[in-house]
Design a protein around this ligand. Sequence first.
Ligand SMILES: N[C@@H](CCC(=O)N[C@@H](CS)C(=O)NCC(=O)O)C(=O)O
Length: 202
Amino acid sequence: MMKLYCFPRSGNSREVKIVLAEKNIPFEPIDIHANPAVKETPEFKKASPQAKVPAIIDGDVYLSEAFLINQYLDKKYPDPCLMPRDENKAEAIRRFVAGIDKKLVLNVGLLVIECLLKPKPEQREDFKEKKRAEVVEGLKELDRMLEGKEYLFGDFSLADVAITPHMAALPILGSGIPPELKNMTAWFKRIQARPSFKLSAS
Ligand SMILES: N[C@@H](CCC(=O)N[C@@H](CS)C(=O)NCC(=O)O)C(=O)O
């Protein structure tokens, strides 16, 4: 059975868990925080040379990076299909994911560090406010992209998967999708109604 190295609050791991749930693929989760010794095993080091999660071992395939894993899963288990088979459209999704990883997802990650991982006296309120404002700017762009569409690229795809866990984390970071962003608000309701949202939560 496929092994997934992860930990429950890892947003990047949740991206992979969503795809596994959408495709109904059985897997064995290995929580690296509950079992820190796992990080020292040759298997984990081979799957994730950067020592980050998510990482998978699927037969002789060792792979890390959420979006790379999800593209691999989509090719190997094409039902339901989460990337367009049209190469131009698939490339547009790859560009989109690279872009949001560098901006929106990065800013959410910086907020996680500042709000949740740093000791309270070291947290900088001005930095948090700056990052929250940048997140809202990113959300506005997504809201414009969603005009007239149910999902970011029409059908539900790996593009939606790539942002879902990070949107779900916003409330614990003192942020959220502003209600005036009607398209994003409706999109997140649709995402939450998918069984994969709950199945990927732990
Ligand atoms: N670009 C990577 C980022 C992976 C990443 O930063 N993972 C975090 C958890 S979300 C991690 O493994 N941190 C190290 C640790 O917590 O031990 C991806 O998309 O998978």
